[in-house]
Every structure is written in C-alpha cells, then in structure tokens.
Design a protein around this ligand. Structure first.
Ligand code: NAP
Length: 437
C-alpha cells in the first residue's frame, strides 16, 4: 500500500493532535515542521509559567513525536527555508497548525506609544519565547493597565502580582523574574468593556486572583449582580457564570489596604486613548453599558495613570504568502479546515483563538479524517524530497532527539523548585544540539 505523506506546520496542540490521529491510521508518514528548534508551541510559549499542570499535556504529544511514522523537523522556517508551494508539491496534504501569534490592534489613538505591549509579546517575553526575549519592558512603574476579561488577561495579572516564592515552582524566564519581582508596581487595573456576566475568564482562573499573597482583588459592589440570569444558556456556560459570580462576590469585602498590591477589577469600561508623550502616562477610559449583549459607550470619560498597558484582547494568525487569508477575522480563509485541495488549517489558524487546549483534539481528529477521506496517497516523495531540498539549501533540521538534548540542558540548569530554566536564544539551543555549548 502506498504511503500517505502529510506535512503539518506548527508543533503546538493542534499540530500534535492532528499528527496523533493520523499516526494511528495505517501507512501515513507525518512531518511536523516548526521554525523553532523546540516543539509544543503554545504549551511552551503561551501557557502561564505557574500553570505547570496544564503543561503536562506535552507528555502526550511526546508519545506521538516518538512514534515511528512521525518526525519533528524543527528550526525550519516556512518562507525562508521552504515554501508552502514546495511542500504541496512534495506532500499529499499540508496542514497549517500555526496558531495565532500576532497581536490584535486596539484601534485607538496612542496605541503605538512605548509602554503599550500586546499580550503576544508580553506573554512571549515572560515565557522565554525567542521572538520576545529582548523586549525589556519598563516595569519600574507604580501602575499597570491590563485590557480584556479573558484568561490571558488573568494570566498577565497573576504573573505580575505573584511573589518570587509563589513563582518558585514555575518556569518563568529568569530575566523576567529579575524585572518583575523587584518592580514597584502597586496598582494593577484589569478592564472589561462589558459586564461580569459577559467576561470570558473561567472560574478556576478567576478564583486564583483571590488567592495571591501580596495582591488583593478589588471589585466595585455596584457592578456585581445579585444573581445570574442563566435562561437560555447551555448548562456548562451557566455553571461558569454562576461560579464566576461566586468568586466576584467573595472579592466584595476586600479592602485596598489588605495587601501591598491592589488589583482593580473594573467592568463596563473601554479604552479610548493612550495618553502621554513618547511613552504611556495614562489610559483614557470611557464608561460603558451593555445593550443586547453589545458594549455601548456612555460618553463618560476618565483617566487612569499607568506606565504600562497590556492589551489582552485576542490574537491573529500570521498570514503566509500565497495562502488565502481573511483579514477581518485574522485567520486563513477555510471551509471546515479546507483551504484548497490538499491544504488544510487546524486549531486557532482555522477557527480563531478560542477554546481550551483540549478543544484542539476534536479539531485535529476532524482534519485527519478529512485528509484520509479526501487525499489518497499519490506517490509523492514526502520526507525524502524535503530532506533533499533542505540539504541543497544547507538547512539542518533540529530533530526531536535534538530537542531532548535542549530539554535535558534546561532541566539541568533549573534552580530550586523550578522544573526547567528555558533557553530563549536559538543559537544557544543549536550549540547545545551540536554539542558545542
Ligand atoms: P478571550 O477569551 O477572547 O478574551 C478577550 C477579551 O478581550 C474579552 O474580554 C474581550 O471583550 C476583550 N476585548 C476584545 N477586543 C477589545 C477591545 N477592542 N477593547 C477592549 N476589550 C476588548 O481571549 P484570550 O484571553 O486572549 O484567550 C484566548 C483563548 O485562550 C481563550 O479561549 C482562553 O480561554 C484560552 N486561555 C485559556 C487559559 C486557561 O485555561 N488557563 C489561559 C489563557 C488562555 P468582549 O468579550 O467584549 O469581546
């Protein structure tokens, strides 16, 4: 039986779940291509450093990575080392599992001032992502504004507010710890443009904001409803809202003087302008109300002094030359994952930045099924052809075994209770791979 050759671009959850589903099915060879020499995408570069239990899912991906018919081809960049058109020539199917790594703009005046740092960059910075390791944000400031009511906003707040001790068992970048822990930040504002019942954070994450050693979560009692209107809601969604409300109600008695750092959780407020000369000095907010689920401005304006603004308002997929892209939604133009014959999108690159890590599993299984139904093996050269091309171009891939060398060095460098000390420099990682470190 001829072999089906599939290339998956991106080694995050969506990529690995797709590979897992394909690898179980007969004569299929899967190459997972990533521009970094490190696998697992969002698990390594997005999931919060103090959420180590969530990161454990990498063990499942590792099993797939080590199966005979799956290969990790790291340190290979689409557009620089090989094009999508070339991969489509070589493989029966190409799957874009590239996630959503770009910022969504706020679309307000002043958002390009120094000190406005989107969550893609800020989270990447504290998670040792090579693209953002040099960010060097100025945290020598008294006040920060975090925009958004999703779990990313909650992550950013927690990482800024937790103590060194609370982060001891995390894999927070050492340079980030050195900047965050001595920072004189005393006020963190988290703004939701709609109300508490429209917020997209989840109860476990919201609850953690009430358990921090040096930071007290404050809410305005007038913004917290007495009960939740669950009519018409799916039971799961209703449960989330009920539990979120329980947490918010528990924050009502908290007082600003309870702890040295204050987290102001403010609803019904949207940013309208970033104020300051070259750098952020304040954020101009407009009070809002919710009408038919939509946020509507009231015209009532106020300013919040702050030296850093972190918009956590969702992400966009990075476009790839030659691949149809929907500018409005910020992801590849696709119909149920199909972009063009033999070209697919999966995960956030398909459906946008929503859902949990587990949401990518059915997504990956669905795309694998589609490929197996729609793309019979056609005698393409797959891996062999790619390797030939990369040798011609002097591109040396980082294999999964190479990654294991990097991982071993990161674990060996870990201090105290930390699980690893991540490298953020690709050249340094490649020196370890080559035994030159
Ligand atoms: P999200 O859940 O979509 O939240 C985005 C937030 O930004 C919403 O509150 C949204 O408000 C707000 N927003 C959007 N545009 C805005 C604007 N122009 N001005 C002001 N506010 C604006 O996205 P996310 O937090 O980036 O998370 C992405 C996905 O990853 C989610 O599915 C999340 O649950 C998941 N995640 C999970 C975890 C975890 O499980 N621990 C951790 C991190 C992320 P509206 O609702 O009004 O649009």
């Amino acid at each position: 039986m001829p072999t089906l050759h599939v290339a998956i671009i991106g080694s995050g959850p969506a990529g690995y779940y797709t590979a897992e589903a394909l690898a179980k099915r007969g004569n299929v060879h899967v190459d997972i291509i990533d521009r970094l020499p490190t696998p697992f995408g969002l698990i390594r570069g997005g999931v919060a450093p103090d959420h180590q239990s969530i990161k454990q899912v990498y063990r499942r991906y590792e099993k797939t990575a080590l199966s005979d018919n799956v290969r990790f081809a790291g340190h290979v960049e689409i557009g620089r080392d090989v094009s999508i058109a070339e991969l489509r020539e070589l493989y029966d199917a190409v799957v874009l599992a590239t996630g959503a790594g770009e910022e969504r703009p706020l679309g307000i005046p002043g958002e390009n001032k120094a000190g406005v740092i989107g969550s893609a960059a800020f989270v990447g910075w504290y998670n040792s992502h090579p693209d953002f390791a040099e960010l060097a944000p100025n945290l020598n400031i008294p006040s920060v504004a975090v925009i958004g009511n999703g779990n990313v906003a909650v992550d950013v707040v927690r990482v800024l507010a937790k103590t060194e001790q609370e982060m001891a068992a995390s894999d927070l970048a050492a340079y980030a710890a050195e900047t965050i822990h001595p920072a004189p930040i005393r006020d963190i504002h988290m703004f939701g443009r709609r109300g508490p019942m429209e917020a997209s954070f989840t109860p476990k994450e919201l609850g953690e904001l009430g358990e921090m050693t040096r930071c007290v979560a404050l809410v305005d009692a007038d913004q917290i409803p007495e009960t939740v209107d669950t009519e018409g809601l799916e039971p799961k969604e209703a449960n989330v809202r009920v539990k979120n409300l329980e947490h918010l109600k528990a924050f009502i008695p908290n007082q600003p003087e309870d702890k040295p750092v204050r987290l102001h959780i403010t609803f019904y407020a949207r940013p309208v302008e970033v104020l300051g000369d070259a750098k952020v000095e304040a954020l101009r907010m407009e009070k809002t109300r919710v009408e038919a689920g939509q946020c509507v401005g009231t015209g009532e304006i106020y300013d919040i002094p702050c030296g850093l603004v972190v918009p956590c308002i969702g992400y966009r997929t990075a476009p790839i030359k030659g691949v149809p892209f929907d500018e409005w939604s910020g992801r590849f133009l696709n119909e149920d994952g199909l972009i063009a014959s033999g070209l697919y999108a999966v995960g956030w690159a398909r459906r946008g930045p929503t859902g949990t890590i587990g949401t990518n599993r059915p997504d990956g299984i669905g795309i694998a099924e589609k490929i197996l139904t729609e793309m019979p093996p056609s005698g393409k050269r797959g891996r062999e052809g790619l390797d030939e091309l990369l040798v011609e171009r002097s591109v040396k891939i980082a294999t999964f075994q190479d990654w294991k060398k990097i991982e071993a060095a990161e674990m060996a460098a870990a201090k105290g209770a930390a699980p690893r000390s991540k490298f953020a420099d690709i050249d340094e990682m490649m020196r370890i791979v080559r035994g030159q470190a």
